[in-house]
Design a binder for this molecule. Structure first.
Ligand SMILES: C[C@@H](NC(=O)[C@@H](C)NC(=O)CCCC[C@H](NC(=O)C[NH3+])C(=O)[O-])C(=O)O
Length: 351
């Protein structure tokens, strides 16, 4: 059946719901056979009052994991890394268990603990303690290895930023180049993503951008402007900057086979369930959400201080949606923002 037209009023309602739940602003951009549709709400800057702008850049958080996964899978397509080889073959001695394979990293089944749980147990103090720090990859792996492993290698899905820190190390080890350079030459340049950048450890977002606002843990405490930070605590797991149009271009081009061989794209989109709802799945650095109308959308979510992101596309790459709310540490705002997916990909609810 032909896909339903996007329900842009429903998208706008989801943006307003994100604002009602604590986001100063939000925006979404749909691309499909009907053309491009964008909606904005609220402000991108609480001090100047500047309105949200769908061209503006922001921190995409874990959507960075899909960029990192694409680079590593291109290296696999080139025969320079084997997904089922132990990480130990490429980074000898880094990890304490040689059963951990490259594929375990990409599927969050390595058992490596997520160091951000402790790092950000207290949201604002944790953020303030790292926002200007520059970590080496090994510092972050060390932080992870201080915690007990969460599963036997391959046995279960347990999400961890540490996995994609090691993916960044693999990319640099195999190519001999910084991960940012590989993003540029393999993804940003070929797809002409002119509003996408990897500037770690620079703390600024250059050009027209959204300011991000972090909710403290204490009820009623004022929002913290978290726009400037190194995101060195995440790097290849979360430090990419982009904008809605570039995220649509990236996810739809990925699904159309512009970045990987058909075999590798099939591997990337081969998913396993991540929870009991059987509507959320994970492949190789890629999420799949199964929506109420039967649509299956592939992409990633992102959470970095001051920014919630969704960036998804249909498997045929004909339709895409990216959405952002400029707040975080406020789950209800994130859930509300997620409502843009149902509205965009399932269209108007039957009356
Ligand atoms: C979940 C998401 N993951 C990511 O995007 C990665 C890069 N972000 C995190 O791990 C969250 C770090 C804490 C955020 C902070 N929370 C706290 O500090 C809680 N105490 C905040 O909300 O800004 C994803 O894969 O979709």
């Amino acid at each position: 059946a032909a896909a339903p037209a996007p329900d842009m009023e429903g998208v706008a309602a989801a943006l307003n719901a994100a604002m009602a739940n604590g986001a100063p602003g939000a925006m979404a951009r749909y691309t499909g056979p009907e053309g491009v549709r964008a909606r904005t709400a609220g402000v991108r800057d609480r001090v100047s009052g500047a309105a949200m702008d769908s061209r503006a850049r922001f921190r995409v958080g874990s959507v960075s994991k899909t960029f990192s996964s694409v680079v590593l899978l291109q290296l696999a397509d080139e025969g320079r890394v084997e997904l089922d080889a132990p990480v130990d073959r490429y980074l000898p001695g880094l990890l304490p268990d040689e059963r951990i394979t490259v594929r375990h990293l990409l599927t969050h089944r390595s058992g490596l603990a997520d160091y951000t749980d402790k790092m950000f147990a207290q949201t604002v103090p944790g953020f303030e303690s790292v926002r200007n720090r520059v970590f080496g990859y090994r510092d972050l792996v060390e932080l992870s290895l201080r915690e007990p492993r969460t599963t036997e290698p391959g046995a279960a899905y347990t999400y961890s930023n540490a996995n994609f820190v090691v993916v960044g190390m693999l990319i640099e080890e195999i190519t001999g180049r910084p991960v940012g350079r590989e993003y540029e030459r393999r993804i940003f340049k070929p797809l002409r993503l002119r509003n996408t950048a990897y500037v770690h450890p620079d703390t600024r977002i250059k050009g027209l951008h959204v300011r991000g606002y972090l909710h403290p843990d204490e009820d009623g405490a004022p929002l913290v402007d978290s726009t400037e930070q190194t995101v060195s605590w995440a790097q290849s797991a979360g430090a990419v900057i982009s904008n809605p149009a570039d995220l649509n271009t990236f996810m739809t081009a990925l699904m159309r086979g512009r970045l990987l061989s058909p075999r590798m794209l099939d591997a990337m989109t081969t998913v396993t369930p991540t929870d009991a709802t059987n509507t959320r799945f994970y492949g190789l650095g890629l999420r799949r959400y199964d929506l109420s109308c039967g649509a299956q959308v592939y992409g990633h979510t992102g959470t970095v201080q001051g920014y919630y992101t969704y960036a998804f596309a249909t498997r045929d790459g004909r339709r895409g949606l990216s959405a952002m709310a400029n707040t975080s540490n406020r789950g209800a705002a994130n859930t509300a923002l997620g409502g843009t997916l149902e509205a965009a990909f399932c269209g108007k609810k039957p009356a």
